[in-house]
Design a protein around this ligand. Sequence first.
Ligand code: 4GX
Length: 259
Amino acid sequence: MVNFHVLTLFPEMIIQGLSASVIGRAVDRGVISLEAVNIRDYTVNKHKKVDDYPYGGGAGMLMQAQPVYDAWKAVAEKIDAHKEKGKRTKVIYVTPGGCTFHQAMAKELAKEEDLIFLCGHYEGIDERVLEEIVTDYVSIGDYVLTGGELPAMVMIDAIARMVPGVLGNQDSGETESFSNYLLEYPQYSRPESWMDKKVPEVLLSGDHKKVEEWRLEQSLERTKAIRPELYDKWAKENQDYFVRKAKKACNLKETMVNY
Ligand code: 4GX
């Protein structure tokens, strides 16, 4: 169970974007919860303003500290009421200036009870409130978006599917790419022939061992070509695979020690 809390100027974007399909059903079933808090609701400005010019000049506007801090405070106090004392709830600031989000991070964060995401807009947020509340600075990759909502949704989706019960079926979320450093192998469904393209023979053979071998070979081939750094990582951790393969090629028994 993870309770996701999102501090944003566009709460409807978060709710809408995560209400469909797998995540939406998980929320309905109560396996995770999702709350989007409108930062604008917390401004003390009588015109509901939440942004202002950056000191020192420069293009664009900055989100001011006050509404962000008060929105966070409201959420943090609600969390503290139902949580054991002393445990600090992580506040993830979604920013291109953070470290890059990855699968292992998703898996770790799925163990938290509550997660607060802070979505910036315009040119970012006044540094002083970030220093006060943010625990983690995280980016989804090296490109610039118009706001933090999409990155927050991306991270929530990846984290949520690692929460037990979210994927409903037997799938533990562990079997795909990245859990084992390899890219996915190609997959085929009916019909057996489509536009004169046949399903690879081995998949129709019923030989499960052969199928697994073929899939691994396909994954390795793709990973080596497209993501050589992932391939190297896998190869380093699976040296025995290459030893076994070499022995097979020489018609040697697996149990033989050398050559
Ligand atoms: N991975 N953006 C945040 C506002 C902003 C501007 C400057 C902090 C500093 C992004 C990404 C991303 C666009 C979200 C700018 N925040 N976030 N937003 N890529 O591009 O995480």
